[in-house]
Design a protein around this ligand. Sequence first.
Ligand code: ADP
Length: 166
Amino acid sequence: IDSHKLLVTMPVTAARLPKVLQLTLAVIKPDAVAHPVMSQALHQRILDNKFLIVKCRDLAWRRRDSERFYAEHSERFFYQRLVEFMSSGPMRAYVLARVDAIRQWRELMGPTKVFRARYTSPDSIRAQFGLTDTRNTAHGADSVESAQREIRFFFPDFCAGEWMEK
Ligand code: ADP
């Protein structure tokens, strides 16, 4: 095959790129960021799993940021615990790019509940680093819509619009 000709006859147009690389929002929660060795290991885990780090920032939430982000859980029994935990110290947020990034990051994190994660996905981040069902080390957007919303929440200046699937 003449690869040059192939390139000429099959241009990768800008419109097709978003279907190849998907963006997701990933967060290393305060339980892990409190331990530099752990957050460094998780950063390396991201790279080892072929995610591209598009953006990364350390930040800390006030209680009201935490309440707003998790508003959908406000009626759940763990809400107060969750809100308190997520505003208890610094976090590290990432915009990650990869083919199928949203699903791949959630798979790498493992199930929400740490003890289930240890049982069903022992190699996952939550299985290996999570402390409790609330202090479970990592967060990841769970759909294209939540990735868009959450990237905007954590990186208000990042204009992801033209790269995100509709
Ligand atoms: P995920 O983070 O896996 O998308 P959810 O959106 O259901 O899971 O929950 C948000 C966060 O709330 C979880 O990551 C965890 O920190 C906390 N949480 C969820 N379910 C429980 C539970 N049953 N007990 C304690 N904390 C929980």
